[in-house]
Design a protein around this ligand. Structure first.
Ligand SMILES: [Zn+2]
Length: 226
């Protein structure tokens, strides 16, 4: 099966547009933490794009303003910095930041002549609630979607050869069917049109992403072009 590859990054940056700067007064540390964005994720997205010859799409505005990886009905759409805003102000964030990004991804999917393999790149904190996570790299998908399951099984197999010792786990540290952009897109496009895979990379590799992203790039190429 041949796919059109689409690479996205919902938490690519921690930019705060000028009009919203006051909301984040004294919050530089939070903006630079995982709460504000996914460190390393955009770097990996760009690397994979260069290997697969596609231009990645990213949301570079901080997730603390509006969360591009949540549905409009989610109670996590707005953060502790924006949940107090009034309806008009929230609508403006949806119109100016959320919709343009999500629609640009949807347009990309719809202009393809082939089924789309969507790789949504994220990163996670290696330590959660004081405990070290056992996962280095997570492949998040819907186990009930045969094409997604097959792709992830093959990629896992390739990664086991390319990067032995790298703990690659299915649907860890989050579930692929949790509320997120890929889950939303699955509700629109069926298994024959769309594969939505979130790739979650441990932030312990930030600063030294070389080996992990190389293995990932080579693994994906091997699965796509056996
Ligand atoms: Zn993320």
């Amino acid at each position: 099966m041949s796919y059109a590859v689409l690479i996205t990054c919902e938490h690519a940056g921690n930019i705060v547009p000028e009009a919203y700067k006051l909301l984040f007064d004294q919050s530089e540390d939070v903006l630079h933490s995982h709460e504000g964005w996914d460190p390393g994720a955009w770097h990996v997205a760009q690397y994979l794009g260069s290997q697969l010859n596609v231009t990645p799409l990213g949301c570079h505005t901080t997730r603390l303003l509006i969360e591009a990886n949540r549905s409009l009905h989610s109670n996590q759409l707005f953060s502790r910095y924006t949940s107090h805003l009034n309806d008009e102000e929230k609508k403006l964030l949806i119109k100016d930041i959320y919709n343009p990004y999500r629609q640009s991804v949807q347009h990309k999917i719809e202009e393809q002549q082939k089924p789309v393999l969507h790789l949504s790149i994220h990163s996670f904190t290696p330590v959660y609630q004081g405990k070290e996570r056992k996962v280095d790299l997570g492949l998040l998908y819907d186990p009930e979607r045969a094409s997604e399951h097959r792709f992830c099984r093959s990629l896992k197999h390739e990664l086991a050869c390319l990067a032995p010792g790298l703990a690659v786990l299915d649907n860890e540290p989050y579930l692929g069917i949790d509320d997120g952009f890929t889950s939303y897109l699955r509700s629109i496009y069926d298994d024959s049109q769309y594969l939505g895979i979130e790739i979650e990379i441990s932030q312990k590799f930030v600063g030294d992403l070389g080996k992990v992203q190389q293995a990932l790039g080579q693994g994906i190429i091997k699965v796509l072009f056996p």
